[in-house]
Design a protein around this ligand. Sequence first.
Ligand SMILES: Nc1ncnc2c1ncn2[C@@H]1O[C@H](COP(=O)(O)OP(=O)(O)OP(=O)(O)O)[C@@H](O)[C@H]1O
Length: 253
Amino acid sequence: MLAVQDLYLSFGGIKALQGVSFAAQPGQITAIIGPNGAGKTSLFNAISGFYRPDNGKVIFDGQDITALRPDKRAELGIARTFQNIALFRGMSVLDNIKLGAHTRLKAGVFDALRYFGRAQAEELELRADIEQRVIEFLEIDHIRKAPVSALPYGLQKRVELGRALAMRPRLLMLDEPVAGMNREETEDMARFILDVQEEFGTTILLVEHDMHLVMDICTHVVVLNFGAQIASGPPETVRMDAAVIEAYLGAAA
Ligand SMILES: Nc1ncnc2c1ncn2[C@@H]1O[C@H](COP(=O)(O)OP(=O)(O)OP(=O)(O)O)[C@@H](O)[C@H]1O
């Protein structure tokens, strides 16, 4: 599904990634963890195309996508959310989610118009159907017309997830999905992430500081420290790893 091979990335003298390699298994939830500045966001940006690595490859479904632009990666089925919510705050929930469907279907609509003129209406119907299903799935029907700025933080994060889901992703990347959330919001988000995995079989990759969430819902954990990968494996193995305890879990305990 997704494989990252020997990625290197530096900013001036700072080595943000130093030979990171891992694979996200299809339909599984993989977490990337590590202390502040470990390189997690840099890795996410290299996978989604916002940063170009100095060395190494990003392979998606057997295709080398290292040189592809972020929008081309999105068209292939890679969607992401951001650490700081990246929604249009003045726009309604529905309009924000529509933007996600638009990104994914842009190529489809264009091709349809070119080859089968009359398919446009069908595409638009399909798009509306996706929007509606996402809204029902995330239980946000009651706020579909509300401006995003009027919503509590946890719901805004859910809308951002909705926009990513409207892209019908095969790889969903979540950058700190529960950061800043209270316990109830965190539990809701954990349930929605698991539901996405179960109902749509989506492969999920997340960066997260909340160790309970990581240990609860992830099948595989990759640990970074100073840009290098220091451990990788199932949560119960990684949490016992001496290097991890020293670098991260120990510090947090
Ligand atoms: N655009 C950039 N320009 C310069 N340095 C950067 C840039 N992005 C990241 N870095 C540096 O690269 C290193 C890795 O940063 P990164 O944001 O990837 O870590 P992180 O694990 O996501 O941290 P956090 O948990 O704090 O979000 C840090 O030393 C950071 O200062």
